[in-house]
Design a protein around this ligand. Structure first.
Ligand code: PLP
Length: 226
């Protein structure tokens, strides 16, 4: 079933758009099924769960080559459970976190790929930067490059959790417009190319708005087993 789900998503996903298979709350066996079907990029949102899965997979014979994206809220005291293992942190939602990731990178001789999470959804509970904060960070990075151990690769966002398609379109439109605005404003930031929007319920709309990454869990793995 996982393999069929992946096949039907890839059939409709434009070839330039990266699919992150969100495996949070799903067992190792589901990840392996997806790997066997050819999937290489996976997303997790809880530090402990990520670290445990990475270690268990590494210990398996013929350990699969997986690229992990971290997509959940990340606390500074959990960086060491996440940063050694991931290809990208998509969910950088505060200046404090950005600074701490940069410092971890410096201390460990690494440059960490990150996306800045933009807050657009109607829900107050959702995380992320507002427009002016993103502008400030990017202008500073373009000007004096204060964050030398992070590579700011683009924006991530989540639309309002609603069945009203117009609201979802408004959210994606706002992120996509701001992403383009920032790119035009800071052409020297050549790494700033990724727009991660779209989940199981709205990824096809996200693609219309220029998503370069979609993060899909339920439509691949089924309902999460909390
Ligand atoms: C869980 C999660 C997803 C995947 O959600 P589905 O609706 O299951 O596709 C995508 N992005 C983030 C940030 C998530 O936490």
């Amino acid at each position: 079933m996982i393999s069929e789900n992946l096949t039907s998503i890839y059939k409709e996903l434009p070839s330039g758009v990266k699919l992150v298979a969100v495996s949070k709350f799903h067992p190792l066996g589901s990840i392996i099924e997806a790997v066997d079907a050819g999937q290489t990029v996976f997303g997790e949102s809880r530090p402990q769960e990520l670290e445990k899965k990475v270690k268990e997979l590494e210990a398996m014979p013929g350990a699969p080559e997986i690229k992990w994206h971290f997509i959940g809220h990340l606390q500074t005291n959990k960086l060491k459970m996440v940063l050694p293992y991931v290809d990208m942190v998509e969910s950088v939602d505060s200046l404090h976190l950005l600074q701490d990731i940069d410092k971890w990178g410096k201390d460990n001789g690494k440059v960490i790929n990150v996306l800045l999470e933009m807050h657009v959804a109607a829900e107050e509970s959702k995380q992320g930067f507002v427009e002016e904060e993103l502008l400030d960070i990017l202008l500073r990075q373009a000007d004096t490059h204060p964050f030398r151990n992070v590579r700011i690769c683009g924006l991530m966002g989540m639309a309002t959790n609603t069945d009203n398609e117009e609201d979802v379109r408004a959210d994606f439109g706002r992120i996509a417009d701001y992403f383009e605005y920032l790119r035009d404003l800071c052409p020297e930031l050549t790494d700033f190319t990724e727009l991660s929007i779209g989940m199981s319920g709205d990824w096809k709309i996200a693609v219309e708005y220029g998503a370069t990454i979609v993060r899909i869990g339920t439509a691949i793995f089924g309902e999460r087993q909390y």
